[in-house]
Design a protein around this ligand. Structure first.
Ligand code: FE2
Length: 137
């Protein structure tokens, strides 16, 4: 997956964070292809855990400080992602209790959840926020 202009929200720190997310997902895809993902998926999920908190709170701070009218809907969408992500973390925790640190299935599922997020959330919900913020900042 490549970061292209159609994913641009137009607010630099947000776009930079989105680029970082795409680059991590590309690493995950490479790990799946090279059949090493079960050893690296834990690292990817740890990255996402921190990323999601920092990134969502940054967007939510911008929404609140600029009185974004669709704030509640946008935050609800973040919460949906958090719930899906919690599920991935739970799966990883279950696996870590076993003999293997991760699994192919968990890696593929993580990729699916994040790519789906990029396509739905960034492309529509974040872009709408970006358009609003560009008029305000
Ligand atoms: Fe967002």
């Amino acid at each position: 997956m490549e970061w292209t202009q159609d994913l641009a929200v137009g607010i630099e720190p947000i776009d930079e964070q989105h680029k970082e997310l795409i680059s991590r997902i590309n690493n995950l895809v490479a790990a799946i292809r090279n059949q090493v993902c079960k050893y690296t998926i834990g690292e990817t999920i740890s990255f996402l855990e921190e990323y999601v908190v920092t990134h969502f709170s940054e967007e939510e701070r911008l929404m609140t400080s600029h009185d974004y009218p669709d704030c509640r809907q946008h935050i609800a969408h973040h919460k949906t992602f958090m719930r899906n992500f919690e599920e991935l973390k739970r799966e990883l925790a279950l696996l870590e209790g076993g003999t293997k640190p991760g699994s192919y299935d968990l890696s593929v599922e993580t990729n699916r959840v994040v790519v789906d997020w990029i396509r739905t959330h960034i492309l529509h919900v974040d872009k709408k926020l970006g358009a609003y913020l560009k008029q305000k900042i």
